[in-house]
Structures are given as C-alpha cells and as structure tokens.
Design a protein around this ligand. Structure first.
Ligand code: BGC
Length: 711
C-alpha cells in the first residue's frame, strides 16, 4: 500500500495534459482556396444539402458527397447486415470493431455514397428506449471506445463516419420536441463523455445534431452544446450535420453551430434571403464562413475509392461479430455447449427461431427505421441449427405467432393454446428444447412519424405468451435453453430459474443463425459481455423510480427533467445496492480463467495497472478484463465504480497473457457544478480489476494528495 501511495504522487507530478491534434495544413490550404472562390450565395448553398441523402453536389470546386444510413450496415440497396450496434458493443473487442468499421466503409463506397450515418452512441438511460439496439450500451467509456474503433476503421477506407445523435436523443417518444432539462454534471460526465472519447480517439469527420432540445434550445441551435463543448472542449473540427428535419431556424442554427441542414433539395430563393440577412448584418458572415469551412473539410477529407460490398469476407466478419457478441448469461450444470455427436433430437421453439429480422417483408420503417439493412440473405437460427445438426434431428414448433409478420402478436388465442400445446409436446419428446424468445423491430424501432408520443416500449416483459411458453416447455424438459433475440434488456424473473441456460444473441445480423449454432454446439466460445445492466424489474432503474416528468416527459414539446442525473446503468445499481439480474460487463465462457500478478506502477506518462490471465480450462475461449475506479469510501454523490479501461483476450487452453492498463489523474475526475470544471479532489481512490461491475478480482486503494482540475 505504501508503495502504491508514493507511486501515485509521483505520477500526479509528472502528468501533463496532451496537446490538441495537429492541424492538417494541406487540407486547410485546399479549404482556403475553395473559400476564396465562393460567393456569399454559394457559401450559403453549402449550408444545406442537395437532396434527401446528398450533402454536396459535385462542382468544379467541391467534390460531391452523399450519405447512406447505418449503423449496422448500409441501408439503401442490398448490403451486408452486421449484428446491431448493441451487439457490436457486447464484443468489447476494439480491434474487431476496427475491422467492422473498415468493412462498413467499403460497403458505403460501393453504394456510391461517401458517408455512413453512424455510429450512434446515445447511452441507454432506460431499457425501454426504441433505439437501444442501434446504440452501444450504458457506459460512456465502452460506447466511446467501441465507436472510436468503428470510426477509425470506416474512415481508413476514405468514407466518412457521422457520429450521432449529438446529444441526449435517449428516447424516441417525443424525440423531436422534448426538452431535456439536465444538470451540467450529468451532461458532461455521462451523456457527452461517450462522444468526447469517440471524438478524441476516433476523429470523426462529421457529427449529427439530434432532434431534441436541451434546456429549451434545439440541439441544432444550441451554442453551449456545439460551440462551447463540441468545438471548444472536444476540439471537433468537422461538419455538424442536422438530423433529418432537425434544423428549424437559419439564424439560430448558424449561430448555434450546426453546419448543414439535412435533408434539403436546395432553394435558391431561400439562399438569397439568407444572403440578404447576412449583408444586413443580422446573421454573422464570419459564422457562415466558419460553418462552410467545416463542411469543406468534410468534402475534401472523403476519398472516392471503389469499395466492396457483400463479399465473402464481409459476411464472414458479420458471423464473427455475432459469435463475439453472444453473451452466455446462465449455464447451469454445463447445459451448454451441446454435444453434436450425442444429441439425437432437439425441439426448436419460438417464432424468433425462424424470423428474419433484416429481410422481412415490409417497408424500411417497419424494420426498425433508418437502421434497417436488406442483405441478400439471412440465416435464421433454425437454418443455422439445421445446417449444423441435420434437419432430421430438429423438430420446429413456433409455440405462438408473431402476427402480422412484422408485428408482435398478442397471442392469437384461438390458435394460441394449440400452438403452445404443440411446442410443449415437441419439447417433451426431445432431449433438448431451445426456445428462441425476444422481440422484433415492430417493438425496437425509432420514431416513425413526427411528435409520436408512443414509440418506446411500455414495459420490460417479453411480448405475447413467451413467458408462459418458456415455463411450460421447461416443465416438461429439464434441458431447456433460452436464446434471446432482441435489442435491449428484458425481464426474466418469471422463468430464469426454471431453465438450464440463457443466451443473449441480440439482433445477430445476416449470419446470425450460423453464429448461434457455432456457440450452442461449442464450435466457438460465447465471446460477448453485457454492455448494459439487466435489472430484475423496470423500477430497478433510477429513471423509472421518478415519475412521468423524468421519463418520458410530460407531453408534446414538454420538459423532461433528468432528475436521475448521473445515476445511469450500473452506476445506480451499485449506488443503491440493487442486485441486478445480470450485471454490466458480465458473461460466461465455456472455459475457465485464472487471474494473477496484479501490480500497479508509475510510468513516464502515467500509471499502469497489470494483471495476468490464464486459460486453465480445456477449450479456447475469451475473457474481458475490465478496470474500474471509484472513491475508496462510498460517497453520496459519486458512483461506487466506473469503467475506465478494458481489454478482450482470446486464449487457447493453457495460454496466459498479461494485460497492462494506463490511467491518468483525469480518470478519477468528476464534473464539479460548483467550479464548472473536471476535478480530481485529494482523497483515497480504488482501482479494481474485474470481470463485471460485480465481480472484482483485485482491488487497491491509493491516495491522491493534490487536487487537480481540467476543462
Ligand atoms: C434518424 C437518423 C438517420 C436519418 C437519416 C433520422 O430519422 O434519426 O439516425 O440517420 O433519419 O435517415
């Protein structure tokens, strides 16, 4: 301990804030040259798009740039459907996400677009949020680092990312009118922190301003959000694209720091009127030029190479991503993996076994909204299992129906009881019953019309008669396995103790069925860890303890009080001492790991924490080593622990690997409402190496002797 104390002091003494990224002089001179040739009217025409998805039309001065929607694949046309973004976060695999980003960049270029509208990293404030599946979980560090890897990979191809939705678009009900009334601490420390990390580590060329208002002002007109923080603190130098239809007022948006209105078909008359307001001094010409400068940086940064779509490599990556995202939540008596050489008969139950979540018939909006992808094929779990085991060993019984095909059926109770009986009979005569439960995109989707009061989920329950079906199946077959196909936590209290194994597979993309079969049959280790806390009941989440004023807000255009503050996700569960069903960061492996050699040491540019992990089981597998920090003694106003670093290890049996994390004093800081900056007060702090927010392997306490602050 004494050694630790002195090392930390040394570290604080040596640390200096890092310098801002260097200016790209060649780019700036290109931008300057173009700016010098543009008339005021031509500049103003660059403050809005040139079509539904077209940002800039090509001229002799400016390359054309159009966008295609993400984040889990390219929307318009037939493209590779990767698992949804929450699954990407569940991999905790930074190098893999960089590869996914690169594949997405190639697909974007192949579509003819030069920008993909993703990644999206609004944090999961409530598990009911309609777009939780499109986002990267509840923790700023995890979401920020995963998004940064995605952005780096994507932009390495020459295509641009567009990091969205900046900021606080944390629900879909009333998303285009709600005003988020939030304190500065929760804003900085939780909701903007994911963006800070993604921007600093990923350097996106574009950001998307969200639909909602913050403290009464639209994000697109919010100078505090865009000018003070995004540009001033985060150092973002790219374009700030309005979400589609989120630009409301030319003067306010230009002053607020949004740089391009989307969508737009261009309106010469309007451009002239804005120019007249500029000449009259009503709108600042300096701000117009600054916005155009940002847009030109984007236009000159993108490169138009040819790209590639639907390649076997991309499809293999989609499969690998799914394997690495699948979280094994429960495995009583080693119910999994199944031994393919021994199993004679498997009952496969539930409509989600045969449902296609990407290429279902119906419109794009019925498939979840702008994130929908339409791949050339999709392997369902039923097809994946049939391929791996042979059709003759599988007995499929849906158990209930999703009706219409794109909707969730409340059970059709004319045919419902018969369907459940058929599934129970199939389960009874099989050695193993696998129930594919969950949701679909008629439930998990974005707002599909303006001022929609009713988009987010109503509750945490599995829709329809799924709970009853699982209980009935488990009652006749002790080897019942539940596989969840969904985009957010669901309530499991009525059945989780009755089944042998529970697997969270998310929306697994076009290769999902193959990936699920690999994991269930043990060809691969379940690689995922939870990027969100699974509570037992909805009221376990702080936001759901505080009434309609706090969520979903009190109606059209109404204020929504973020009285839940910084208490998002595991930060609240730990603070309140609420036992989650499954904690943040949690996931089982088919093998076993041993942790050793924990050490903390000062280094030139910071402080390092080390641990060694060894695979002591007989199969290859992966472990995610997680580093958390927190105050040594519980405080009323600080989280018990917060994720600060992580690394995923892939280890063969008998293999061990050392991990090293670096920390800076900034990693202990919190936003001070009083002084308006980040502070690490003098005091005692814990550093923990863990495998989830509730499974700490090692802990050390050290003393910070001198208070530090940052902007
Ligand atoms: C969504 C964005 C999307 C845009 C363009 C909006 O409704 O919020 O995420 O990129 O549409 O399709």
């Amino acid at each position: 301990m004494r050694r630790f104390l002195s090392l930390l002091s040394v570290f604080l003494f040596l640390w200096k804030p890092s310098a801002r990224g260097a200016v790209d002089l060649a780019l700036e001179s290109k931008v300057d040259a173009a700016l010098a040739k543009l008339s005021l009217e031509e500049k103003i025409a660059l403050l809005h798009g040139a079509g539904t998805m077209e940002l800039f039309r090509e001229t002799s001065l400016i390359p054309g740039v159009s966008a295609n929607d993400g984040p889990q694949g390219v929307r318009a046309g037939a493209f590779t459907a990767f698992p949804s973004a929450i699954a990407m976060a569940a991999t905790w695999d930074v190098p893999l996400l960089e590869k996914i980003g690169q594949a997405l960049g190639e697909e974007t270029l192949a579509s003819g677009a030069k920008m993909l509208l993703g990644p999206a990293i609004n944090l999961m404030r409530t598990p009911l949020g309609g777009r939780t599946y499109e986002y990267m979980g509840e923790d700023p560090r995890l979401a920020g680092r995963m998004a940064a890897a995605y952005i780096r990979g994507l932009q390495s191809t020459g295509a641009s990312s567009c990091l969205k939705h900046f900021a606080l678009n944390n629900q879909e009900s009333w998303r285009d009118s709600v005003s988020v009334e939030i304190g500065e601490r929760a804003l900085r420390e939780v909701y903007l922190e994911s963006f800070r990390i993604a921007i600093e580590e990923g350097k996106p060329w574009a950001v998307m301003n969200a639909y909602n208002r913050i403290r009464g002002e639209w994000c697109t007109a919010n100078a505090h959000l865009n000018r003070d923080i995004l540009y001033g603190v985060f150092g973002f130098d790219g374009a700030n694209v309005s979400d589609w239809g989120a630009w409301h007022d030319d003067k306010k948006a230009i002053e607020g720091g949004c740089t391009i209105e989307m969508p737009s078909s261009g309106d010469l008359e309007r451009d002239r009127k804005i120019a007249a307001r500029v000449r009259a001094g009503e709108i600042s010409e300096k701000l117009v030029t600054e916005a155009v400068r940002r847009n030109l940086r984007l236009a000159f940064r993108v490169k138009g190479s040819k790209g590639a779509a639907n390649t076997p490599e991309h499809q293999a990556l989609a499969r690998r991503l799914s394997v690495e995202s699948i979280v094994l939540l429960k495995n009583a008596g080693s119910a999994l993996p199944l031994d393919a050489t021994k199993v004679r008969r498997v009952a496969v139950i539930g409509p989600n076994a045969a449902a296609e979540h990407t290429i279902i018939s119906g419109t794009m909006l019925q498939k979840g909204g702008s994130g929908a992808v339409r791949p050339p094929y999709e392997i369902t779990p039923l097809q994946g299992l049939a391929k791996a085991l042979g059709e003759q060993r599988i007995d499929y019984a849906p158990g209930y129906v999703f009706a219409p095909p794109t909707g969730v059926a409340p059970a059709d109770f004319k045919n419902g009881p018969a369907a459940i009986e058929a599934a129970v009979a199939a389960a009874k005569s099989a050695e193993i019953a696998i129930v594919f439960a969950g949701t679909n995109h008629s439930i998990d989707h974005e707002a599909l019309k303006l001022h929609d009061p009713d988009v987010d989920k109503k509750d945490l329950e599995l829709p329809g008669p799924q709970g009853e079906l699982i209980r009935r199946v488990a009652a006749v077959n002790p080897r019942t396995i539940v596989v969840l196909i969904n985009g957010a936590p669901v309530r499991m209290e009525d059945w989780q103790d009755k089944v042998g194994a529970i697997v969270e597979a998310w929306y697994p993309g076009m290769e999902g069925g193959n990936a699920i079969a690999e994991v269930l049959l043990g060809a691969a280790d379940p690689g995922g860890r939870l990027p969100v806390t699974f509570g037992k009941n909805l009221t376990d989440w702080r936001v759901h303890q505080l009434g309609a004023e706090v969520f979903p807000g009190t109606g059209k255009g109404g204020d929504e009080k973020y009285d839940d503050g910084i208490w998002v996700g595991y930060r609240w569960f730990d603070h309140a001492g609420t036992e989650p069903r499954y904690p943040f960061g949690f996931g089982l492996s088919y093998t076993k790991f041993e942790f050793s050699n924990f050490a903390v040491a000062a280094s030139k540019d910071g402080w390092t924490a080390k641990a060694t992990v060894k695979n002591i089981g007989s199969r290859a597998g992966s472990e995610v080593v997680q580093l958390y920090t927190g105050p040594a003694d519980k405080l009323a106003d600080a989280p018990v622990r917060e994720l600060k670093a992580f690394q995923k290890l892939h280890l063969k049996p008998g293999m061990s690997q050392a991990v090293t994390f670096t920390l800076s004093p900034r990693d202990f800081a919190h936003w001070s409402e009083k002084t308006g900056d980040w502070r690490t007060p003098a005091g005692r702090y814990r550093i923990e190496i863990a495998t989830s927010s509730r499974d700490v392997k090692f802990q050390m306490v050290g003393d910070v002797r001198k208070e530090r602050s940052w902007r």
